[in-house]
Design a protein around this ligand. Structure first.
Ligand code: FBP
Length: 248
């Protein structure tokens, strides 16, 4: 699969903005509640992709197109209001995403959930459709559910990555546990599937840059980051610093 449209020299930095669905308005303030603010950051920060759910992709189609930032549509999602075994089913088809201008699509599987097989099945169908349209698929692989005792363990990080390879993901997105050697092992397990890391809750700038260094040293191709950028007082400054580390 050709990743050229969403990478530069084989590396990438994506701006994630699906938290309105996943976490709700608690993540937002008066500025970043507006998708136009996010599109501006992605454009000025020259991001390799902006990640939206289909509703925002539809309502801001013109603005996204004008920004020229490659659009990645997240095909499934859920709120954090439902308790119990996590499941997130498909809300947007590959055909709809392409019609909205997407050049790649994303999907989350909660590996370890009692419902993982339903999500795996949907993912497989998405992969089939995406191959027909010749667009890459990014898999968010998050260990969750009552069977998961320590979701940030070395074994689970590598397991999540390996699932990406086994299911045919072009890029896998995982959550870093802070241990570079563990992440390296996860990258080895992902093999030909490329690995990107999620940003997580907002942390201090120095800590974030230190993490980005480790992420790149471990062999990942970049980041898909949200809150650490658009919750920052200086989103473009921090974007620049991260980019310097990714492409240095
Ligand atoms: P952040 O960089 O803000 O963590 O975003 C990355 C992301 O994967 C989003 O795409 C998604 O909304 C969120 O994290 C889900 O995180 P979680 O399931 O841990 O709440």
């Amino acid at each position: 699969m050709n990743l050229k449209k969403i990478t530069k020299n084989g590396k990438c930095m994506f701006l994630a903005y699906d938290q309105g669905l996943e976490h709700g308005p608690n993540d937002f303030n008066d500025r970043n509640v507006n998708p136009n603010y996010i599109i501006e950051i992605a454009k000025k920060g020259k991001y390799n992709g902006i990640i939206f759910q289909k509703g925002i992709a539809e309502k801001y189609k013109e603005e996204i197109k004008k920004s020229k930032v490659p659009l990645i549509i997240k095909l499934n999602g859920k709120t954090n209001l439902v308790k119990g075994e996590p499941i997130s089913l498909q809300l947007c088809s590959v055909a709809e995403a392409v019609k909205l201008g997407a050049v790649a699509v994303g999907y989350t599987i909660y590996i370890g959930s009692e419902h993982e097989s339903e999500m795996m099945q949907e993912f497989s169908e998405i992969k089939r459709r995406a191959m027909e349209k010749k667009i890459p698929v990014i898999l968010w692989a998050y260990p969750r559910g009552k069977g998961i005792k320590k979701k940030s363990s070395r074994e689970l990080l590598a397991y999540a990555s390996r699932v990406g390879l086994e299911l045919g993901a072009d890029i896998i997105k995982i959550q870093y546990n802070g241990n570079k050697e563990d992440l390296k092992w996860a990258v080895e397990n992902a093999n030909k599937t490329k690995v990107v890391v999620a940003g997580g809750v907002k942390i201090g700038e120095n800590e974030l840059i230190k993490e980005v260094k480790q992420i790149m040293e471990a062999g990942c191709i970049g980041l898909a980051v949200g809150r650490n950028i658009w919750q920052s007082e200086k989103p473009l400054e921090i974007s620049k610093k991260i980019k310097r580390v990714i492409w240095e």
